[in-house]
Design a protein around this ligand. Sequence first.
Ligand SMILES: Cc1cc2nc3c(=O)[nH]c(=O)nc-3n(C[C@H](O)[C@H](O)[C@H](O)COP(=O)(O)OP(=O)(O)OC[C@H]3O[C@@H](n4cnc5c(N)ncnc54)[C@H](O)[C@@H]3O)c2cc1C
Length: 494
Amino acid sequence: MTKKIKNFSDAISFKKLLIEIEDLVGKDNLNLIEKEDDDSYQRRNVSLFKCRDIKAIITPRFIKDVQEIIRIFNQNSTNISLHAISTGRNWGLGSAEPATDNVVTLDLRKLSSIRNINCEEGWAIIEPGVTQLKLSQSLDGSKRIFNITASSGHTSVLGNILERGVGLRRQRIEDLVGLEVITPEGELIRVGWWPHPSKNTAINFLGHGPSLLHLFTQSNLGIVTAAVVKLLPRPEEQKVLRLRFRRDVLNQSIDLLRRWYAQELISGVLKIYDSVSTESYGGSSDEHLVLLCISGTSAKVNALTNVIRSEAEESGFFSSISQSGQSSEDSSDFVLQVVEHAYAGDPSWNEHMLRAATGKDADQVDTEGGGWIFFLAFIPFNGKAVEDALSIIENIYHKTKIRVGITVNALSSDVIDLVISIKFSPQPEETSRAHKTLDLLYELFSEIGFYPYRLDVDHSHYSNKFFSNSEYEMNKKIKAFLDPKSIISPGRYA
Ligand SMILES: Cc1cc2nc3c(=O)[nH]c(=O)nc-3n(C[C@H](O)[C@H](O)[C@H](O)COP(=O)(O)OP(=O)(O)OC[C@H]3O[C@@H](n4cnc5c(N)ncnc54)[C@H](O)[C@@H]3O)c2cc1C
């Protein structure tokens, strides 16, 4: 009985809340999702994760409206909470879906200005709707580039940073220096480093004392309305070397690549595609394909290219060695094109790869594309760890008959971001085998300590498996302190 009264009063409060929000943002920017079973509101995501119960989608046009929306949520007590997205293209992990039911989505794609760019000092201030394409185009012809991912040019720079995604030059967290956040109580705060309006200050993202910057990445503690990101110096020259090796020399080849990485012969993230992932992304290779970037002054690039080529030849591990622009097949191989351009800060080829992977352009990926799921784990950078990962994958293949693609992204000489892509036909039987494959990946990788560093909407319960108990409890205390009314939904990571 008490619960019924509570539900009833919640419903009244929620109606009142929606009226206030409609007055604020206008009818066009509030999409009410009345009934889950109404066909006109049926959503879909490219991974075919179950759609959650989203009550409404708000698309504010101004920062002050975001602040006001949070104030309205604070004044009307309901059991509905907010989930923020930047462009909602978190393909493979749930796209725009929240992890829980009873959510209102705050879609921030219309906040899309580049507030400021300073190529001399190497930073830009961007809002959630600023895409990779927009930021990279605004740097055309300058002395700076931005660290581009291999995803669509129409994905959000800020969304990917908050997700702790990975670009071709480094993990995106390294690009982040400052955040503008609206707290669950509606206060607008700035954390990390922000340029001084009149003084010429150097970037110092840690400031003094405890840093609050990463309190708000992979977080449910605030709504981010802007970020200060670092711009990289544009290399004077760049070469991409491509090396192919067979599975039987994988162990030794990876150890040699690690040595080159440790001795700083390589710039950016070194990539190794297996033949399934090369094909999934629109390239071709029946062996493992290594793509590594050498950039800097012309003399450095030439010298290091010679060093690596001669070491590669001497090792006898590689069946072919070539470099960018040397083959007439290049322009039809999207993997080579995307990677080479993205190393140089240019996402203009990325849509080809997206189409190869999902069958559709960015705007249709979720409605018609797929199926596509990611499992993303950090593993140690050595041949043995990669062998162990491959043997788990082979074991899973025997159970589900789904052949996954594997891409190694070496982030340092110690850590690999292992990207496992599950490409499947979105029919019920194959979808169920693809999801079974994902469950097994979580289970078996975690068992040997190869933990995922990003989670999808169906596996948020894994987040507390990787924390120490004390860190988990401290996180809960911080959430209770900063968001006592649970204005922001739990999310995938907390
Ligand atoms: C073919 C292909 C290649 C890909 N390559 C890459 C790659 O190289 N690297 C990579 O990292 N990913 C890659 N992806 C995955 C994905 O497309 C990108 O990570 C993409 O950038 C995420 O979507 P988004 O930018 O729209 O972020 P969003 O979906 O908007 O945001 C991601 C999450 O961040 C949080 N969030 C977003 N905005 C806010 C906010 N304003 N305030 C608070 N929280 C917020 C939310 O939890 C949200 O779910 C690839 C996908 C495909 C299909």
